[in-house]
Design a protein around this ligand. Structure first.
Ligand SMILES: *Cc1c(COP(=O)(O)O)cnc(C)c1O
Length: 295
């Protein structure tokens, strides 16, 4: 499928002062440069969903997310690019729209706010049928693009990962991207997932059910900073420092928490000294309410 990417992903090295003397190297795969909004892993999770919508002659996408969902705005933007309508089922009620939800509206997405209880039915056949009937039989994509098409797209990210890296680190929300990458990489390469939700390791059950035989991943959920979408001053400070040293902007919801965790792990001997680490920049910069100065 054409249009996206605007820029091909590339690998960039972190400044050696950031990781020496703990490991042999840390590089970052810049998926964030793909597109300003449909960035990082989101394009990969959406592309086969959009393709299947087009094949089925559907003109509307319906999907699910919360107020900080990079996925929701990516879906809204991708739908617009491909000439489709989009409907977002949003968890909870917001006194004021978050920047992400505002951006969804600006991209033409119709937002439907539902209670947490209703939202919990997002995989319930009857509710999905009702939504389908109400909204003119759209293509329904699960929250986070967590379906077969999403995992298939995520597998393609592995083609940007050279075999020379011993450890691949990425943020995990639904774990869809992690599953795709893990399944597509050789067993020798370790895959570590960093979860930005409190007690986030619960996503392991779902992940395990889709991993191919013999594949393993490790999850870390210590660096949630209070929960999904939450931020603390030390995290903001870390993001600015990281940018000053490496020239790479991080997003506040996912990648900043991952890099903070990796920095802590360097001192905990989680990685052997010979480790060559590739972190995946999964994007999400659109959701930042901080901006980076030019350097
Ligand atoms: C959506 C998102 C993730 C999570 O991806 P999953 O496939 O749901 O695990 C990670 N990082 C960023 C920046 C994201 O926007």
């Amino acid at each position: 499928m054409a249009i996206i990417p605007e820029q091909d992903p590339y690998i960039q090295s972190l400044h050696s002062s950031w990781y020496q003397p703990y490991v042999a190297g840390i590089d970052i795969l810049r998926l964030d440069v793909l597109h300003p909004v449909v960035s990082g892993n989101k394009w990969y999770k959406l592309k086969y969903n959009i393709e299947s919508a087009q094949e089925a002659g559907k003109h509307t996408l319906l999907t699910f997310g919360g107020g900080y969902s990079n996925y929701l705005i990516a879906a809204a933007t991708a739908a617009k690019i491909f000439g489709m309508k989009s409907i977002g089922i949003v968890r909870g009620h917001y006194p004021a729209l978050t920047p992400t939800l505002k951006a969804c509206v600006d991209e033409g997405m119709q937002l439907v706010f539902v209670t947490q209880e209703e939202y919990n039915l997002k995989e319930d056949e009857d509710w999905l049928q009702k939504l389908s009937d109400t909204y003119g039989h759209p293509l329904i994509i699960p929250e986070g693009g967590a379906n077969k098409e999403g995992r298939r797209g995520a597998e393609e990210i592995a083609s940007f990962i050279p075999a020379s890296y011993s450890h691949i680190c990425l943020s995990a929300g639904t774990g869809t991207t992690l599953i795709g990458i893990r399944n597509a990489l050789p067993d020798e390469q370790k895959v570590y997932g960093y979860v930005p939700m409190k007690n986030g390791s619960y996503i392991m059950d779902e992940i395990l059910s889709y991993l191919h035989a013999g594949k393993t991943v490790q999850l870390f959920d210590d660096w949630h900073f209070g929960g999904f979408g939450k931020i603390k001053p030390e995290l903001t400070e870390f993001m600015y420092d990281f940018y000053k040293i490496n020239g790479i902007p991080l997003d506040r919801v996912y990648t900043a928490k991952m890099m903070y965790g990796i920095q802590a792990q360097l001192k905990q001997d989680v990685f052997p000294p010979e480790a060559k680490i590739l972190c995946i920049h999964t994007g999400g910069l659109q959701g930042n309410d901080i901006s980076y100065p030019k350097i």
